[in-house]
Design a protein around this ligand. Structure first.
Ligand SMILES: [Ca+2]
Ligand SMILES: [Ca+2]
Ligand SMILES: [Ca+2]
Length: 437
């Protein structure tokens, strides 16, 4: 009896323990935080992480790698279907939250609302309503993702809420802030329209171009580069369009249709999109990462030189569509993450992934990375490379190991407070382009 129980436990637990993989042997995946309830978006403020929980409306704090028991903020949210506490973005100590506001958790929705808060290190205070977006009929296609451009302007994306108006490319019906990307702080005119729904909005840190992911009905999910006045084509078009479809659009103001940069014919529910732009992912400086919700896959796309399109080796993908019978191996970078809701780069230059279905945050980092402890000295006993420039502690290199400072990193050590001690037989290797200050 006991043996049987142990076997059952192993079978149930094995996929969670061993499932997450990435295709690059120089990277490793680790569990960073567990015990979250339906985490959606995450945001870094300095080295703290704020995590949103979809259904109970709680903002959680991960500090020094530990999920804190105290809740930072407990909002009342409508949470059926895709409603809930959905999106976060921060600029300095200003924190923006996108949620389906209600009087009680699980109550009827008052609106999809964006509030601006101040972060004081322990609480989110001084809420002010920035934008009151529609919510009915829904209950799905609320979008809910926030992003900031290179000048820290805040943008929000919202889906069609199952409405049929001019912003969904119908000939009539009021423009009502559905199916759009909107600048919300400072506020401004509609930036893009014709979007069915989205869980991913980001800015290319090199070009400043905006990109999103979009969710099709039974066929054709998309990745789009968003020029101002972009019309994504819904509800006439998902995926690449025929000329006949384009000609049939009634047209709205100066918005211009363009095809997606990539489509999945068989829907995967793409979510977060991120341009990894750090020294720990230098091999991926021309890549874009995208998560999905249906298959737990982390996708990697390779940008062309002007970073406005993707390039592929597999000839079945050069049509920019993963068709039903095409092979997805070239774009599958990682597996086993459950329903990915966010992908963010941390201040430690490692990649963080939140999983709605696992209730966890994963971290992807170079296998040779030095792991800096949350407190105490950094004691290096086997050779490693440091990827974070600010190490406010003593560094001891010992046991015949080499500490490598990679190209592009400035290791900032406050020598009035801390030392670097190198034992006999050990060393520090400063690569060309790396420095110690
Ligand atoms: Ca709540
Ligand atoms: Ca489209
Ligand atoms: Ca194809």
């Amino acid at each position: 009896m006991k043996v049987a129980l142990v076997l059952v436990f192993l079978i149930i637990s094995a996929p969670n323990v061993f499932a997450m993989t990435v295709q690059d042997p120089e990277l490793v995946v680790e569990e960073y935080a567990t015990g979250l309830s339906l985490p959606t978006s995450i945001s870094f403020i300095d080295s703290d992480i704020l995590v949103l929980q979809k259904n109970d409306g709680k903002v959680r704090l991960i500090r020094d790698g530990i999920l804190q028991n105290n809740t930072v903020l407990d909002l009342s949210v409508s949470n059926n279907s895709e409603r809930g506490l959905l999106g976060i973005e921060s600029v300095g100590n200003n924190v923006y939250l996108f949620f389906t506001e209600s009087l009680i958790d699980g109550g009827s929705p008052l609106g999809n609302r964006i509030y601006k808060y101040s972060w004081n290190g322990t609480d989110l205070i001084n809420p002010s309503l920035i934008k009151d977006l529609p919510v009915t009929p829904g209950p799905n296609h609320n979008g809910g993702i926030l992003a900031k451009d290179l000048d820290d302007n805040i943008f929000a994306i919202i889906g069609d809420l199952n409405r049929n108006g001019v912003l969904q490319n119908f000939p009539s019906g009021n423009p009502d802030d559905t199916s759009v990307i909107l600048p919300i702080d400072p506020s401004g005119p509609i930036h893009a329209m014709g979007i069915r729904n989205s869980f991913g909005l980001t800015i290319d840190p090199v070009t400043g171009n905006m990109w999103d992911t979009e969710n099709g009905p039974s066929t054709f999910d998309e990745i789009n580069m968003i020029s101002p006045n972009f019309n994504s084509g819904w509800e006439t078009i998902m995926g690449p369009a025929t000329q006949q479809q384009i000609d049939s659009l009634p047209g709205f103001e100066s918005f211009v249709y363009s095809d997606p940069e990539f489509s999945w014919e068989n829907t995967v529910a793409p979510t977060s999109i991120l341009f990894p732009d750090t020294i720990s992912f230098t091999n991926y400086s021309d890549s874009v990462f995208v998560g999905d919700c249906n298959n737990g896959i982390l996708y990697k796309f390779t940008l062309n030189q002007s970073r406005d399109s993707f390039v592929f080796i597999d000839p079945t993908l050069t049509d920019l569509v993963l068709n039903m019978t095409d092979n997805s191996a070239e774009i599958e970078f990682g597996n086993g993450f459950g329903c990915i809701t966010d992908i963010e780069m941390g201040p430690d230059n490692f990649l963080y992934i939140s999983s709605l279905t696992h209730g966890k945050i994963y971290r992807i980092l170079p296998a040779n990375a030095c792991i800096v402890p949350n407190s105490g000295d950094l004691i290096i006993t086997s050779s490693c490379t440091i990827y974070s420039g600010i190490i406010p502690r003593n560094i001891l290199v010992q046991n015949n190991s080499i500490l490598t400072i990679p190209s592009g990193l400035t290791l900032d050590v406050d020598f009035s407070q801390f030392n670097i001690t190198i034992n006999f037989g050990s060393g520090v290797l400063i690569k060309s382009g790396g420095t110690i200050n």
